[in-house]
Design a protein around this ligand. Sequence first.
Ligand code: LLP
Length: 392
Amino acid sequence: MNPAFKSRLLQAANTFGTPLYAYDWQTIQQQLERLRTAFGEARLFYAMKANPSLGILKRLSALGVGFEAVSGGELERAVIAGATGNEIVLNGPGKLNADYQRAREIGAYLILDNKLEGTRAASHAFGTQVLIRVNPGLTVSTHDHLATGNASSKFGVALHEVPEAVSNAERAGLEVIGLQMHIGSSITDPHDYTDALECMAALANQIGSRRVFDMGGGFGLDFDLAPLAELAWDAARAFGASELWVEPGRWLVAESGVLLTTVLERKSTARSFAVVDAGMTELIRPMMYGATHPVESLSADARDNAPRETVTLDIAGPACESGDILAKDATLPDPQAGDVLAIGVAGAYGSSMSSHYLTRPRPAEVLLDGETWVPLRRRETLAELLLAETDL
Ligand code: LLP
């Protein structure tokens, strides 16, 4: 974690309350630079599902980053953030007719996810430029929920059906400018990309060369990007494409963010717990994917004169579910009620996957930009939560 950012977190918790999502703009900028250094001239379409906060999208858009959207709502976010049509791709296996219409209106690219989708897409977005999402049908080294390039996943068009998908889309009146793949998320083994990129490049033999080669995103946080970028450019050239497109999500924003939470209780059953004011409703990744997020105490040093004993315990949320554990076996200075803890690497798929389960208003979100805490989103109120319910 950027030390300058870390040193400001207690102040943020005191000012805005907890639970609180806090992000560091400097970290996002650094990650963007690293992506650009590795991928050179490639076009970046940030997968905004990782963190669709408008304050972050606007800043990225101002730096020339495009967006990958997967719903009508995300499409609108891209537009509000300042992106023009040719800076947006609309993706997803189940687009609505209204999404095609809106994509055509703003001039966004479509990524077709099945071999017959071209027919429906063309009836609402005639003449649009599209890519075909390829499913290479390979094993992918990640959690089952996050693997998308394997043969049994619901995504994309199987290799042998790509020619049919292309001719169907072209017959219907769409312009097929290239192919796209996205084999999964949190990928750790570079070979997964090697094989998939090769499969996709080889399709030039069947459908001819096209302008765009979109390799998707999915890089695990420890990924060495330089060799991957080289592989991707080689594959793009082998395919005959002049443009390489990349759709990073997690890699760009995960390490920029923390979830700040306050310790409410200490308790023990057969295990020891610190019960905190955030849980599965704010950060579902540990429960959903068995994801591990580092935990640090921000108060231990600030509140004490002498160092505290180090303990190992579970960080438990307030929900009425046994799986509501933010971290198992976290080792930290003995937490006491009122301490603020930082749950790390929470900038991606944290807030964006938070929910109103248990009628819990979603937390506030703030961004450290230079010396200033910029409020991105205020804490929701109970009244807002109830607003859509009609029988009050
Ligand atoms: N492109 C497409 C078509 C995608 O579906 C995704 C993510 C990305 C790019 C960006 O992938 P990334 O670089 O972020 O791995 N909720 C899960 C992650 C789901 C990813 C869905 N698709 C999590 O919390 O780990």
